[in-house]
Design a protein around this ligand. Structure first.
Ligand code: ATR
Length: 278
């Protein structure tokens, strides 16, 4: 049987084994997928051991996505631009590194949530690894404008400089939270880790255009501080990032197996499972 794994630290609460097992059942693929914890200083050794045992591919999560990028012998363009890898495919002596996070976000918004991005004003909050990972796929959807704001303004400006060549017709700006007073956005995406620390962001209450969508790349059974704030600040529609998690997994699965699973039923199954445990 072909073996796959999620490699990270920690991994015990990961939903990925559930998601990939559901995809495998649905597409009648014979495979196993497990969560594999790597010591903080032992990512490449863990990958080596997993390959030696016959591993065919792996997803990579915190804190190893950047290390996985250096370990790969070949990178897709989206992984190279993200500077991070969440999907490894082992091919004889080569290791292909890909990043499916951004396409996962875009598919969740456009397909699952019926939130188009083309021609819309998009605000991306944060300028860390999570923001970097989704920028290129976001530009490919051709928004009318894309604005990045970050607590540390310099990091937002650095991202702008790095991604300006890929913005196409999209008006691309970067700055601090105080720079967007009076601006309205159709889609606001939280790519900061503030929700993880249970912190709210220094956003003014009038950034949402009519019918605006607020999306948190984090997910939590109990909602997130960003989504709680967005509801009171007037966002018409809200979503956490559970669909992004399922969609990035579907993209990895398709890359490994050559068949694209349908994510809708797996996402609802996962929501039901999480709700019954909360
Ligand atoms: P990740 O890989 O999850 O993106 P990261 O690279 O450490 O992690 O980036 C975390 C992001 O969340 C950054 O944009 C960070 O802002 P700074 O660059 O100013 O540090 C942002 N962030 C984290 N906590 C925050 C908070 N309490 N308020 C505002 N931004 C926060």
């Amino acid at each position: 049987m072909d073996c796959y794994a999620l490699i990270g630290h920690p991994v015990e609460h990961s939903k990925s084994p559930f998601i990939h097992a559901a995809f495998a059942r649905q597409t009648r693929q014979e495979l196993s997928y497990r969560a594999l914890i790597a010591p903080l200083d032992g990512f490449s050794d863990t990958v080596r051991m997993f390959r030696a045992e016959g591993g065919r591919g792996a997803n990579v999560t915190v804190p190893f996505k950047i290390e996985a990028c250096s370990l790969a012998t070949r990178l897709t363009e989206r992984a190279r631009l993200a500077g991070a890898v969440n999907t490894l495919t082992f091919e004889n002596d080569a290791i292909l590194g890909d990043n499916t996070d951004g396409i996962g976000l875009v598919r969740d918004l456009i397909t699952n949530l019926a939130c188009p991005l083309a021609g819309r004003h998009v605000l991306l909050l944060g300028a860390g690894g999570a923001a970097r990972g989704v920028l290129f796929p976001l530009f490919q959807t051709k928004p009318s404008s894309l604005t990045i704001v970050n607590r540390t303004v310099k990091r937002a400006q650095e991202l702008r400089a790095a991604f300006a060549p890929y913005a196409g017709q999209t008006a691309f700006t970067a700055g601090g939270y105080e720079d967007i007073g009076g601006w309205e956005f159709d889609v606001v995406i939280n790519a900061t880790s503030a929700s993880l620390e249970n912190k709210t962001l220094p956003l003014s209450g009038n950034i949402f255009a009519p019918d605006a969508f607020a999306y948190d790349m984090m997910y939590s059974e109990n909602g997130t501080p960003f989504l709680t704030w967005a509801r009171t600040a007037g966002a018409s529609r809200l979503s956490d990032g559970l669909g992004m998690l399922v969609e990035q997994a579907a993209e990895s699965f398709a890359l490994w197996r050559g068949v694209r699973p349908s994510s809708t039923s797996v996402l609802s199954e996962l929501r039901r499972k999480l709700a019954s445990h909360s």
